[in-house]
Write a protein that binds this ligand. Structure first.
Ligand code: PLP
Length: 357
């Protein structure tokens, strides 16, 4: 870090390139003519540029799950296209092919699976279906750096994948994100769109080909990312250990439903059981407030996306969103970060059990 400050090169430079190569390496890939890793200032920016680079336009539809952060749908709107919000599976909280099929129209151009909480979406059927129907698959893997699907790391296969390195994710660059792409043409377009639409020739003469914004990561952030990447597997192992203890302590607690356990590939970005607040006799804000009074921060990830003002119209005709609505009402995220110890998990569980009564 000090080296970077001393080098005088703070914005996008050699460290960003190194970080991009290291991400590829972590995924078991080589950053070359077949795979292209592009670092961004955020996953939101990365997703937006991915959609633009594949030509998503006004009138196009992109399928987005109801259980996600608003950014997944916001970027579709920013391209002038229409997010089509679908329900999720009640158990995994992820979308699946069966759910996607109900939302396909002539205007569908892409599907955006979200590996919710770090649990991989069942990707094979979706990727096959997309291939057969000439649809693109942009994975919002903001929760899923360090996750695996059938023993393959998320990001190591698929179409286009977007990671987030916001501080609340499993690893961080303070702010940041990355795209994994497979097409040289699209990677070149991403390069252009990531930095003002500027193209320079070999003499350094500048041209602007397409007006665009500015999304390039800094070298200062990149060195944070390089160091974090080395520790990522350790972070994930620690999260898993803490979650295992949560499961042990909260098993059989009434009016509380543990999340789907998944397999070894779950990176546990968040741990969010479902609480039957009606039966408990406290509203969720009351419950959160009482946890807060005992020094424990709990959060909500998330209300069903189509309940937000901007997305009320982005629904599938006839869909009831039964699962997403129920999850959205009952979900409560309990503390989970790598500095926690087993004794902290015990304290959270004691409090939860006490408040449930
Ligand atoms: C955090 C998050 C994003 C956005 O990531 P940023 O790097 O903060 O832009 C997008 N999608 C999901 C599901 C997220 O959780």
């Amino acid at each position: 870090m000090i080296q970077v400050f001393k080098s005088g090169w703070l914005a996008t430079g050699p460290k960003v390139k190194q970080f991009e190569d290291k991400i590829a390496e972590y995924l078991g890939l080589t950053n070359n003519e077949n795979v292209f890793v592009k670092a961004f200032t955020s996953a939101t920016g990365a997703l937006e540029i991915a959609l633009r680079a594949i030509g998503i336009q006004p009138g196009d539809e992109v399928i987005v799950p109801s259980m996600t952060f608003a950014a997944s749908a916001n970027v579709v709107k920013l391209c002038g296209a229409n997010p089509v919000i679908v329900d999720v599976d009640r158990e995994t909280r992820n979308l699946n092919l069966q759910i996607i099929k109900k939302a396909i129209t002539k205007k569908t151009k892409a599907i955006m699976p979200v590996h919710f909480a770090g649990l991989a979406v069942d990707m094979d059927p979706i990727l096959n279906f997309a291939k057969e129907n000439s649809l693109r698959v942009i994975e919002d893997a903001a929760h899923a750096i360090g996750s695996s699907y059938k023993n393959k790391k998320i990001g190591s296969f698929g179409d286009i994948i977007s990671f987030s390195f916001h501080p609340n994710k499993n690893m961080t660059t303070i702010e940041g994100g990355a795209l994994i792409l497979k097409s040289k043409e699209e990677a070149d377009m991403v390069d252009l769109l990531r930095f003002h639409g500027i193209k320079k020739d070999h003499l350094g003469n500048m041209d602007v080909l397409i007006p665009s914004g500015k999304y390039n990561l800094s070298d200062v952030s990149a060195v944070v990312g390089i160091s974090q990447l080395k520790r990522l597997d350790g972070f994930c192992a620690k999260r898993k250990k803490l979650v295992t203890h949560y499961f042990k302590r909260l098993n059989n607690v009434k009016n509380l439903e543990l999340p789907f356990l998944g397999d070894e590939g779950h990176s546990w970005h968040i741990f969010a059981p479902l609480f039957d607040f009606k039966k408990i006799g406290l509203t969720r804000p009351e419950f959160i407030q009482r946890m807060g009074a005992r020094g424990i921060a709990a959060g909500v990830h998330y209300a069903a996306l189509h309940t937000f003002t901007a997305y009320k119209d982005c629904t599938v005709p006839g869909e009831t969103y039964k699962s997403a609505l129920e999850i959205g009402e009952k979900t409560l995220t309990l503390p989970l970060f790598t500095k926690m110890e087993i004794s902290d998990v015990d304290r959270v569980c004691d409090t939860v059990i006490e408040l449930i009564g």
